[in-house]
Structure formats: C-alpha cells, structure tokens
Design a protein around this ligand. Structure first.
Ligand code: 3HC
Ligand code: NAI
Length: 702
C-alpha cells in the first residue's frame, strides 16, 4: 500500500488519509493509494462507512500537473475514482483548504461531502487550457444544474464552503474539528440508513434541459469576450451539453476525448508552462527563501496621481493602512475622488459592498503632512517622472523615514541606482514598477538596484504577493524588461506604416493574435505626448545612421495626443473610447512615405506578426544575456500580466520556442540586411537557433 494514502479505522468508520505535500496532488502513487484504500475499506468487515480526509494545508488540489504530457502510469483517474463511487458503504469527503480539479472530482465520487467554513471548491482546469477530465463536466451539472456548472467550469473560479453548500456541492459545513465532524456525519448516515448517493445517477437537474441546445448556444455567445481565442472554454460547454444529452458513460467518454485533445494542444502546453512560470518568478537564486522579510503594517504613497491612487488602493485592498501624500490639496482631493469613483464602480457591478467600500476608504489617509512618512514601513514614490524631483524626494525620505523603512520608486524610465544614491541607505531603495491601471494590472516589476539588499528585495517580492500582484525581479536598464521589449515592437509598427500598412490593419492583426489591443490604440490610450516628451529628450543622443520614424512626432505636433484629446492615431467620436480610422492620418502616412521615397506596398498579416513580434523575442534574448531578467519565463510572466499577452500563447519567449528559434533568427537576419545593424540577432538567439535549442531548454541548463 502507498505511504501517501493510508487506511485506518476509528470505531466503525474507516478513515482514508492522503498525505502528499505540498498540495496532495493526485499523482500516480496517490491514485494507486486511493484505489487500494477504497478496497481496504470495502473489505474491512468492521467498517460501516468511511471518510476521505487529507493531511497538511489542503484537500487534494487536483491532478499532478507535472505528470501531464507524459506517459500515464498506474491506475487512471477513472479506475481509482470509480472504485470509490462504487463502494457499498457510504463515503464522506472531508474538505479543508482547496478541493480543486481532480480533488473536487474525487470528492464528487464520494457519496457525501462536508467541509470546514474556510474551504473552497472549484474546477480550475480551464486555467491550464484543459477541461475537468475525471468526470467533473458530467457530475457537477447533475449536482448544481447547468447554468451554475457552466459558470463554474468555464471560469475556473472556486467558491467558498457556504456557497458550495447552498448550491448542493457539499452537504454539511463543519465548525470545529473536521475529522471528528466528518466521522460523526458518517455515523449519522449509517444510523439514518441514508442511501448511497451517487452523483452519476442524479437526473432531476439535467432532465428538463434534454434536447435544449439553445442554452448552450446562448452561453457560447455570452462568453465570447472573456473566452476570446481560448479553446478550452468551448470544449467545456460541449462536454456539459454531452452531460445533459448523453447517457452518463457516453458523456464520460466524450469528456475523455475532449481532455486528450486539449492536453496534446499548444494552448494547454502554454498555460501549464505559465502556471509554473508564475511560481518560478518568486524564486531568486541569491535571495534564499529564509531571507528575513520586513512586515509591512503601514505604508505611504507619494503622489496622488494616476499611479499613486491605484497603488494606494492596492494597500487598502490588502487591509494595510496607507497614507497618500501630495503637494497641494487640490491634487489630493482629485486623487481621492478618483479612488472613491473606482470603488463605487466596483460596488455598482456588485463586486464590493458599501461596508467594504467604507472600510477600504478608511484605510487610506490623504495628507499634505510629510512627517507621517516617518510612520511607514514601506513607502512608494509616484511623483512626476523627473530625475531632479525624484532625487529631491528621496533625499527628503532619507531624512524623514525610519531607518528600517523601505523606500521604493515607481519610476518607469529613470535609473534606480541614481535615485538610490540620493539617500544615505541605497540598500533600502528598490523599484516597484506597477502597471497602469495599478489597481487592476497584476504585474509589478521589482527593480533591483545595484545596492538593494536581499532583505529589501525579499520584502518587495513578498509585498507584491500580499497585494495580490505577481512580482518579477528585473535589473536596472532602459525601460526595464517590459517597456524595453515594447519599445522594439512600437518602433517596428511605425516603420510598417511608412512601408504600406495603416494603424487599423496593424492593430487588427495584433488583436486577432490575442492581444487586448494593437500598438496604435494602446498609444492613444496611454497618451502619445508621454513618449513624445521622452523622444525629444533623447534626440541629441540618437545615432544619425539609425532608422527613425517621425510619424508619431507628427501626430503629436497636430495636437493629437490620443483619447484624452479626442484624436491620436485614431479619432474618438463624442467621448467614445472606440478607435475610428481617420482619413487624415491615412493621408499623413501616405505623404510621409512619399517624402521618404518609399513605394507603398501591400503588407501581409504574416509580415506584421514577424516584424512586430520577432524583434521582441530578440530583445528578450539580449535581456537574458545581460542578466536583466533571471529567466525567459520571467519575461513571459511580465508580458502576460503587464501587457495582456494571450496566456494561451505563453508569452513572447515561449511563442519564439513554439515557432522555432531558427525561424526567428533567420527573419531577424533578413531584417538586419534590409534595415540595418539595430536588427542584428542577439548572440544568444543565434546560439540557440544554430544549436536547435529553445529558451526553455536553455533555462533548464540543457
Ligand atoms: N500539481 C503539481 N504541483 C502543484 C499543483 C498540482 N496540481 N498545485 C500546486 N503545485 C505545486 C506548485 O507548483 C508549488 O510548487 P513549488 O513550491 O515548487 O513552487 C507548490 O505546489 C505550492 O503551490 P502554490 O505556491 O501555488 O501554493 P498556494 O498555497 O499559493 O496555492 C493552490 C495552493 C491553491 C492549491 C494552488 O497551488 C493551485 O491553484 N494549484 C493548482 C490547482 C489546479 O489547477 N488543479 C487542477 C489541476 S488539473 C486536474 O485536476 C485535471 C483533472 O481534471 C483530471
Ligand atoms: P501623475 O502626473 O498622474 O501624478 C503625479 C503626482 O505626483 C501629481 O499628483 C503631483 O501633484 C504629485 N507630486 C509631484 N511632486 C510631488 C512631491 N514632491 N510630493 C508629493 N507628490 C508630488 O503621474 P503618474 O502617471 O501617476 O506617474 C507617477 C510615476 O509613475 C512616474 O514616475 C511615472 O513614470 C510612473 N509610471 C506611470 C505610469 C503611467 O501609465 N502613468 C505607468 C508606470 C509608471
């Protein structure tokens, strides 16, 4: 019998215990153990009923994702779980922590389910580009009905125990000791001679919908926006349709076929890669896990503008009191008004209660008094992007802040080391580059200064997690990692316009690729004047022989700064945020092509992808070589969570691997020939391409 799953008895109740840290994943050994212990329970003459319970922090959190894509050994999920469901004695699943995926599917094969109040249950397979493959799509609709099952399985969001009880997923919430409570529940079932309730046999919730295809067509339409580009949500709807319209065993066979197809596809590979990439990003080789982390009990944010307000909301959302400082009452009031408006919008969408809104607002203390910064454990500076001002602010922070406080800058373009040098304690200075809107976007680039201490780094990374963000460590370089790569793409996009494309064409290709929007709509949204100002500052240092497009400058010279002025690359009519192609811009571009002596030609969609995305991959290779990112997967996490790169394509570096680095290298070589040295393939790209390797194999040391 497996050591990971054991059988024992408590009076007349058999107890099956899973103990497979960290999350009791259903590995081959656990499946074997479950099967053996279910048989042991059946064959134990003294056991009248059984419970299934887990040690450690959680109930079974799903299949073992590391086994996916490999040859399956041992009993299949169905072989293990069918034995459980087929037992002649009632079995109760006793849930704590999270019963997810194959974990919940295991519980659904038990005859009854109980859980502690803090437990959560869900089928998150969709987030891995999969569908529940151990009967979840067939059993859950039988238990909760079709509409709820559709929502739960296509979003993958878990639900808390109380809601799960209301919906019928669990039968009892146990206050106090779970093991004792579950045993008592099992005894009660025996005493009351309750039937062996097999979810597979429940019909009342699905029968009335048999033959009704409309409900599924409507659902497919309703999820079109959130599921755009993803295969798994649609395969899930098909499976739930099968649950309603096919006999149980046929439905299971349909589900198995569905998961096998998804498992073999590139989307799931990419999404499974992202699952581990996100967790890998938290690991920093020279900052060990046991590095002391300062407790952030109170924070301060300097600057109540676009970013400062959003950052202050992040602290409040996490329950951390935060001071919000600005130089003038008017700015402060404006900032606080925007925060309140944001929370009110969330409340109106039903995602926040009035009481919670009030609680969060009360955690944010607006003030003009700089002295309060002396109370903060962690300060984030988000004032205007000017080096002189940042240095002045950090010198002031150095005077006011406690010696152990950490001082972070939200700068997006300035040198963190230079800012740190304005203080007497550069070891306590770090960059925390939030992305706009800061209360929404999940990425924080944690910018490691030359002198940032390990404790400072560990604290900033841990704080990112506390704030519900994904922190990725990057080095000090122009644009850090995300924007440095973005710059490559945007530069190429402008060249494409000169050669024959139009903004609406370029944007459509990238939207269809899966990004939330293309470079031109994105520029209009962010404000074209911001990068115009930066370009003007860099004009003197730009090499004369480097290709440079003046198109964006010309758009700004017309006073078109994007959405905020009602026009940019596109026009925005009547305050709408929908970009509308503008003949004026078409004309401007055509005149520019003529001025440059370029004969405009048809640019294909494939060329747009290659021209915009391959230079991003190339820049990623340079970033890796310079050590500005620790691993290719960190770059991918940055692009997925900071820029909305489609998860099902796994980030630009994974995408490069999937299309073959040799293809990227060959294309870059061609661009170099056509457009000059700045397109030269990075040495790392060349090395990997010539060796037939990938960024992933490089990271694995192969
Ligand atoms: N398989 C393998 N490893 C897993 C795993 C799984 N299902 N779930 C978590 N892990 C690993 C993580 O990679 C991490 O490893 P590391 O310490 O080496 O980085 C470790 O367990 C701890 O995980 P977290 O850092 O995520 O721990 P948290 O406490 O923050 O979260 C959790 C716990 C909520 C369970 C979260 O890990 C999670 O969401 N896990 C995935 C759940 C899931 O997707 N289940 C469905 C799997 S697919 C399936 O079941 C198919 C079936 O239908 C046939
Ligand atoms: P903003 O102009 O909206 O806000 C800046 C605020 O700082 C203003 O309210 C101003 O009154 C205040 N301020 C100026 N001097 C101050 C001082 N000495 N003390 C306290 N407050 C002071 O600017 P935004 O966009 O919020 O940018 C802030 C920082 O965040 C910049 O460093 C910027 O580069 C960075 N950033 C901006 C992003 C964006 O999309 N806007 C994205 C990521 C980073």
């Amino acid at each position: 019998m497996s050591e990971l799953v054991t059988y024992s008895r408590d009076g007349d109740i058999g107890v099956i215990t899973v103990n497979h840290p960290p999350v009791n994943a259903l590995s081959v050994a656990v499946r074997q153990g479950l099967k053996d212990c279910a048989e042991a329970l059946e064959n134990d003459p003294k056991a009248k009923a059984g419970i299934l319970i887990c040690e450690g922090r959680t109930f079974i959190a799903g299949a073992d994702i590391t086994e996916f894509g490999k040859v399956q050994r041992g009993p299949t999920f169905h072989q293990a779980l069918n034995i459980l469901e087929g037992l002649k004695k009632p079995v109760v699943a006793a849930i704590h922590g999270t019963a997810l995926g194959g974990g919940l599917e295991t519980a659904l094969c038990c005859h009854y389910r109980c859980a502690v109040p803090s437990a959560q249950v869900g089928l998150p397979e969709v987030k891995l580009g999969l569908l529940p493959g151990a009967g979840g799509t067939q059993r859950l609709p039988r238990l909760v009905g079709v509409p709820i099952a559709l929502d739960m399985i296509t979003t993958g969001e878990p639900i808390p125990a109380a809601q799960a009880q209301k919906l019928g997923v669990i039968d009892k919430v146990i206050e106090g000791d779970l093991r004792a409570g579950a045993i008592a529940f099992a005894k009660q079932l025996v005493q009351e001679k309750k039937p062996l309730r097999k979810v597979r046999d429940l019909e009342d919730k699905i029968k009335p919908l048999r033959g009704n295809k409309q409900i599924f067509d409507d659902y497919r339409k309703s999820m079109a926006h959130r599921a755009r580009g993803f295969e798994a949500p649609y395969a899930i709807v098909d499976c739930i349709d099968a649950a309603v319209n096919m006999p149980f065993d046929q439905g299971i066979a349909f589900e198995q076929k569905g998961i096998a197809t998804l498992m073999a596809g590139l989307q799931s590979q990419a999404q499974r890669y992202m699952f581990f990439a996100e967790r890998e990003a938290a690991k920093i080789p020279d900052v060990p896990k046991d590095t002391p982390v300062a407790k952030v009990k109170r924070a301060a944010v300097l600057g109540a503008g676009t970013m400062g307000g959003g950052i202050a909301m992040n602290f409040a959302n996490a329950g951390i009191p935060v001071y919000l400082l600005d130089t003038a009452k008017e700015q402060l009031d404006r900032g606080v008004d925007i925060i309140r408006k944001n929370y009110t919008n969330t409340m109106q969408k039903g995602r926040l209660t009035q009481a919670e809104l009030d609680r969060r607002m009360a955690l944010i203390t607006p003030t003009l008094d700089e002295k309060v910064m002396g109370e903060a454990d962690f300060v984030v500076e988000a004032v205007f992007e000017e080096m002189g001002l940042k240095k002045e602010v950090f010198a002031k922070l150095d005077r006011i802040c406690r010696k152990d406080a950490i001082m972070a800058t939200n700068t997006s373009t300035l040198n963190v080391d230079e800012i740190a040098a304005a203080t007497s304690r550069p070891d306590k200075v770090i960059g925390t580059h939030f992305f706009s809107p800061a209360n929404v976007m999940r990425l924080v680039e944690v910018v490691r200064g030359r002198k940032s201490s390990k404790e400072t780094i560990a604290t900033a990374m841990a704080l990112s997690k506390t704030l519900g963000k994904i922190g990725v460590l990057v080095g000090v370089c122009d644009g850090f990692v995300g924007n440095r790569i973005l710059h490559q793409r945007n530069r190429e996009a402008n060249f494409l316009l000169e050669e024959g494309a139009l903004p609406e064409q370029v944007d459509k290709v990238l939207f269809d690729f899966g990004l939330p929007m293309g470079p031109f709509a994105m520029g209009d949204m962010a404000g074209l004047d911001v990068s115009w100002r930066i370009r003007k500052g860099q004009a003197a240092s730009r090499p004369k022989d480097e290709r440079y497009s003046t198109l964006a400058d010309q758009v700004c010279e017309m006073g078109r700064y994007g959405q905020k002025t009602g026009a940019g690359w596109f026009k925005y009519e009547g305050g709408s945020r929908t970009p509308v192609p503008d003949p004026l811009i078409t004309k401007l571009i055509e005149v520019e092509s003529k001025r440059l002596g370029i004969a405009r030609r048809k640019i294909t969609d494939e060329e747009i992808i290659a021209r915009l995305i391959y230079p991003m991959i190339n820049e990623g290779a340079k970033i890796l070589q310079e050590g500005m990112a620790l691993r290719a997967s960190d770059i991918d996490v940055i692009w997925v969570y900071g820029y909305g790169w489609p998860k099902y394509r796994g980030g630009p570096m994974f995408y490069g691997d999937s299309i073959g680095l040799n293809n990227v290298y060959t294309a870059m070589k061609k661009f170099e020939g056509e457009f000059g040295k700045s397109f030269a393939p990075a040495p790392l790209l060349e090395k990997l391409a010539k060796a037939g390797k990938t960024f992933q194999s490089h990271a694995a040391g192969a």
